[in-house]
Design a protein around this ligand. Structure first.
Ligand SMILES: [Fe+2]
Length: 283
């Protein structure tokens, strides 16, 4: 399929939304995001459905299980399958988490990488290999974490900057993850944002989260986005421009109309900042 770039505001593509999406894609949804691991090798009606949507709408590819910082050998067979999947559906952007998911490869169990020089070299080399296999630069997403990894030789910002520079890859900026970490680890989210290599940003995520009784904020993607996170998104746009941004919603999924309204907020903020000068913070 002809390659298609994404822009504007997007929504995660989920099987349970397909019946409603078939009745019409809301106007504020400019693109969809898809987790390749959930769709590789599918056939039948699901494959037809996906094809029908990728023919009409741009899609971003957001991986779940590559475990770029993990100890297990890089899954090159998976990367080759992802390359084929992206070509088949005209996808031009691939991002993954700057984290790892354990030796058993369990999905969604994303763990922080120790902030060490050795981990920078290890992860950056794997990112470079992934980029070679995919034939494109990929975006690395800043992670949320609840217990700081032991043995740190640098802080999280230094770690992110070092990996991205050494791998010569792009930044996938998740503003909710910054907010969640800022509450759990007690730092200023705006200051953190400004220290990131924002000139390398290719893509953004925004999401809701859950606050436990003891105040711990958990990155559930199961609630509406809160105002401080919207404000952080607007701040990010002021620095790097209104780049394509996806609303993540993985649990307590509301009706499509409700999701579209939230995607519309992304679009509203993008329109508000469009035409202004962006700081383009130096990386
Ligand atoms: Fe995210």
């Amino acid at each position: 399929m002809k390659p298609r770039a994404i822009s504007g505001a997007g929504l995660g593509f989920r099987r349970e939304l397909i019946p409603d999406l078939k009745r019409g894609v809301p106007a504020d949804i400019d693109f969809f995001e898809i987790a390749p691991e959930n769709w590789l090798g599918i056939g039948g009606a699901s494959a037809k459905d996906l094809r029908a949507f990728t023919e009409r709408h741009p899609f971003a590819c957001h991986g779940l299980s590559l475990s770029l910082g993990g100890p297990a050998p890089l899954d090159e067979a998976l990367l080759r399958r992802i390359r084929g999947f992206m070509r088949e559906h005209g996808m031009t952007l691939y991002t993954e988490h700057l984290s790892w998911c354990g030796d058993d490869g369990q999905l969604y169990d994303l763990l922080p990488i120790p902030f060490t020089e050795e981990a920078v070299r290890w992860t950056a080399e794997r990112v470079r290999r992934a980029q070679d296999l995919l034939g494109m630069r990929i975006g690395l997403e800043n992670a949320s974490y609840y217990v700081a990894p032991p043995g740190a030789e640098m802080n999280e910002i230094e770690f992110i900057r070092a990996v991205i520079e050494e791998a010569d890859c792009l930044l996938h900026l998740d503003v909710n993850n910054i907010y969640v970490n800022s509450i759990n680890h007690g730092f200023d989210p705006s200051a953190f944002l400004r220290e990131l290599p924002l000139a390398r940003t290719c893509y953004l995520h925004v999401a809701g989260h859950y606050v436990e009784a003891d105040g711990l904020v958990v990155d559930t993607h199961g609630a509406p986005v809160i105002d401080p996170v919207w404000a952080l998104l607007e701040e990010a746009y002021a620095l790097c421009g209104p780049l394509p941004t996806c609303l993540e919603r993985d649990f307590n999924i509301p009706a499509l109309d409700t999701l579209a309204t939230e995607v519309g907020v992304i679009a509203d903020i993008q329109r508000r900042v469009a035409g202004t000068d962006f700081l383009q913070a130096a990386s």
